[in-house]
Design a binder for this molecule. Structure first.
Ligand code: ATP
Ligand code: MG
Length: 565
């Protein structure tokens, strides 16, 4: 793969992290014949940027080492899981550029086998049915500093437990009446080993198994055993599961499973100004803080897609972040850089004026227009050229004019000459204002000898402006997005919803775009020259397209204003 060290971040390439080192060592030592990994999403929400890291890692190592990566839905909690999420997850993994081939699995496929293994634990004296009410069970668990206490039901015989467990399955008990627990050690320093719950009663319809089951395995019981069934060699997960690893190994060690998978943990991805928790993302959608899971402000893969972020940019970002064992927060600016660096070499150039200011070119004949040639990409002549219209009335950006400009403002101002991109030099002659004193238009002149952007006498201008012609510009809506959260560490004060940025969406109407943009595809991000990267939104119609800002360009004038240089 072509992942390389990036000077920008100084991180090593994807081939040099500790997970890949472990896999290489296992292959070299013959501990694994080939590599089998899995990506195990719970279908209770859309995939987000954190999942992208896990997908790139799991599918990436499988690809690099000639192995395979399974997609396994961890569908053990029927209450929160939906087919909609199962479908969106498959779409998003494919969109990100990965393919599980034939290896699509569901933990629910293994319910019968898992049940049989639960009976095995009961028969061997390693699991028991506990009727302790949830509250009391929590109290008996102890704390990090105090050991737990044995449940009075811990001493039931295997025969008694087997009978009760079968009656749990048969539906004789209501939700919460009892659970199946592993019999490990209530005094363990690791809370996960204090007789963890393996099965709970849930009279709930499951998207795949329907009403076949009313008891469901917990994540801890389902996960490692599913890994073993599928012959997963390296079960890679995030650091919060580190404390579960002794339980993972205990279960594998106490069951007649067909393989001995091993769990490895890496640091989860955290990004500033961004929330990567399905629970909170679900709340944002449910309570209408965003338009849906694919709102372009959402850090979901569906949101990035709608915002015009190409999957290659997310892969590049994940690669720059790298894989480590230490938790950290990545600056969201690094994501923006990866997006710009991915789009810049490929995005077709177009002209669009977000806040139009009319220029009337007095010495250009009324009623006349002409066709100029605009290049589609400065670095790729193969991407060709397109015709653009020039005429007596054109529009430029309001920001590109100042009546009383400070030093170093090189754009339009009274008496100043600038270049129009792909066109002529124009000079501002007169300001037209309305009764309120607002500038409504500028009277200008153009120099016919400067066609193509150069003056025969060699005189220079210091600014080149983008513009559109009044004759054929198309009106558009442009949606400008900034961070959904107003602080780099949303929720740090306890209430993440209080940190929602009220100004995360700025809708501009009356924008004017060149006609080529009226039919822009929703999956091709373009660069609006001098403004940023944008993509057509499916909300738009041909006559009134809608564009989402993917990411801005680095704004040099904003930098001058901020730094004075
Ligand atoms: P969330 O915390 O958003 O609810 P989750 O871990 O419960 O996420 P799953 O669907 O169980 O969601 O996650 C599938 C896989 O993605 C798991 O292996 C999990 O470790 C990984 N994953 C989830 N969030 C991140 C993250 N921020 N960075 C890296 N990997 C992640
Ligand atoms: Mg999870």
């Amino acid at each position: 793969m072509a992942d390389t060290v990036t000077a920008e971040t100084g991180t090593a390439d994807m081939g040099r992290d500790f997970i890949r080192d472990i896999i290489q060592a296992d292959l070299d030592a013959g501990r694994a014949a080939s590599v089998v990994t899995r990506f195990p999403p719970e279908p209770n929400g859309f995939l987000h940027l954190g999942h992208a890291k896990s997908i790139c890692l799991n599918f990436g190592v499988a690809r690099e080492f000639g192995g395979k990566c399974h997609l396994r839905f961890d569908d053990t909690n029927p209450v929160k899981e939906e087919q909609l999420f199962i479908d969106s997850i498959q779409r998003d993994v494919r969109w990100l550029g990965f393919d599980w081939g034939e290896n699509l699995y569901y933990a629910s496929d293994y319910f019968e086998q898992l049940y049989a293994w639960a009976e095995h634990l009961i028969e061997t004296g390693h699991a028991y049915v506990d009727d302790t009410p949830p509250e009391a069970m929590r109290a008996q668990r102890g704390t990090l500093t105090e050991p737990g206490q044995n449940s009075p039901f811990r001493y039931r015989t295997p025969a008694e437990n087997l009978d009760l467990f079968r009656r749990m399955r048969a539906g004789e008990f209501p939700n919460g009446a009892c659970v199946l627990r592993a019999k490990i050690d209530m005094t363990s320093g690791n809370m996960n080993l204090r007789d963890p719950v393996l099965y709970r009663i849930l009279h709930a319809h499951h998207p795949r198994t329907g009403d076949t089951w009313c008891i469901y395995p917990t994540y801890d019981f389902a996960h490692g055993q599913s890994d073993a069934i599928e012959g997963i060699t390296h079960s890679v997960c995030t650091l919060e599961f580190e404390d579960h690893k002794p339980l993972y190994d205990w279960l594998i060690g106490h069951l007649p499973v067909p393989a001995q998978p091993k769990q490895y943990e890496f640091a989860r991805l955290n990004v500033s100004y961004t929330v990567l928790s399905k629970r909170i993302l679900t709340t944002l959608v449910r309570d209408g803080h965003v338009s849906g899971w694919d709102d372009p402000r959402m850090p979901t893969l569906a949101g990035f897609r709608r915002r015009g972020v190409p999957p290659a940019a997310l892969r590049e970002f994940v690669s720059r972040v790298g894989v480590a064992r230490a938790n950290s927060v990545v600056d969201v600016a690094m994501l923006d850089s990866a997006i710009r660096d991915t789009l810049n070499p490929v995005a077709p150039r177009r002209m669009a004026v977000l806040r139009p200011l009319k220029l009337i070119i007095e010495n250009y004949p009324e009623g006349q227009t002409e066709t100029l040639e605009a290049i589609n990409h400065p670095d790729h002549p193969a991407l060709g050229v397109r015709p653009i219209t020039f005429g007596r009335e054109i529009y430029v950006e309001q920001d590109d004019f100042m009546e009383n400009p400070p030093k170093k403002f090189y754009r339009l101002s009274p008496g100043k000459e600038v270049r129009l991109r792909y066109g002529y030099f124009v000079t501002c002659r007169e300001i037209i204002k309305d009764d309120a004193g607002q500038v409504t238009a500028l009277r200008c002149t153009y120099d016919p000898a400067t066609k193509g952007g150069n003056a025969p006498d060699g005189r220079k201008v210091q600014a080149t402006l983008h513009w559109v012609a009044a004759a054929d510009a198309v009106e558009a809506e442009v949606r400008l997005y900034t961070h959904l959260f107003a602080r780099p560490d949303p929720g740090a004060d306890g209430d993440v919803m209080a940190d929602i940025n009220p100004a995360s969406l700025d809708v501009l109407t009356g924008c004017l775009v060149e006609p080529a943009l009226a039919s822009a595809a929703t999956d091709t991000t373009v660069q609006f020259e001098r403004t940023g990267y944008f993509v057509a939104d499916p909300d738009g119609i041909r006559e009134r397209p809608v564009f989402n800002r993917t990411v801005g360009l680095r704004d040099t004038w904003a930098k001058v204003q901020a730094t004075g240089r």
